[in-house]
Design a protein around this ligand. Structure first.
Ligand code: HEC
Ligand code: HEC
Length: 114
């Protein structure tokens, strides 16, 4: 019995290990031109950090398809509980809110200058 449990534990440990991805940060920059108009730049998404906080299937595939550039994210969607703004995420008390633009976006040096 113990042996069976040990094998199961080992199997779970190994598969969990195998699932982690090599990428620490994923850059979202497909919409830089509209971001530039808001004085903002690309979004650096800390994938590793999110892996530590959640399970893979908390996000994949129901919130984000697991493919770099595979999700058409914009702020309209974020503000209506999709993608980053999914319920329990950056639209809730559990994570920093969407109005803290610079927590996700790079701030362009020209921002605020007229
Ligand atoms: C909190 C949400 C979240 C969690 C948890 C999460 N991911 Fe992701 N994952 C993302 C996002 C966001 C992207 C980027 C998608 C994009 O570029 O459109 C991504 C991208 C990926 C990619 C594509 C990488 C590439 O270069 O194409 C893979 C593979 C992936 N995740 C696997 C995993 C695995 C395995 C786990 C668990 C160990 C995991 N993810 C946990 C949100 C998450
Ligand atoms: C939780 C992270 C996050 C926060 C906070 C955030 N954004 Fe975004 N934003 C994104 C992501 C991800 C994209 C998609 C970028 C891409 O794919 O190129 C995006 C895209 C955009 C875009 C281009 C697409 C569109 O909706 O027009 C603009 C403009 C933008 N954000 C402005 C803002 C502003 C202004 C704020 C603060 C009020 C803000 N963002 C806060 C993650 C965030």
């Amino acid at each position: 019995m113990t042996r069976v449990l040990q094998s199961i534990a080992l199997f779970v440990a190994l598969t969990t290990q195998a699932l982690a991805i090599d990428t620490i940060n994923i850059i979202f920059d497909s919409k830089v031109s509209s971001m530039k108009e808001a004085g903002l730049g690309a979004v650096t998404y800390p994938h590793k950090l999110h892996e530590e906080l959640y399970q893979c299937d908390d996000c994949h595939p129901r919130i984000f398809i697991e493919k770099k550039g595979g999700n058409d994210v914009n702020m309209q969607k974020n503000m209506t509980e999709q993608y980053c703004g999914f319920s329990g995420c950056h639209n809730s008390a559990y994570a920093f809110p969407l109005y803290l633009c610079d927590y996700c976006h790079e701030v362009l040096p020209t921002a605020g200058k007229k």
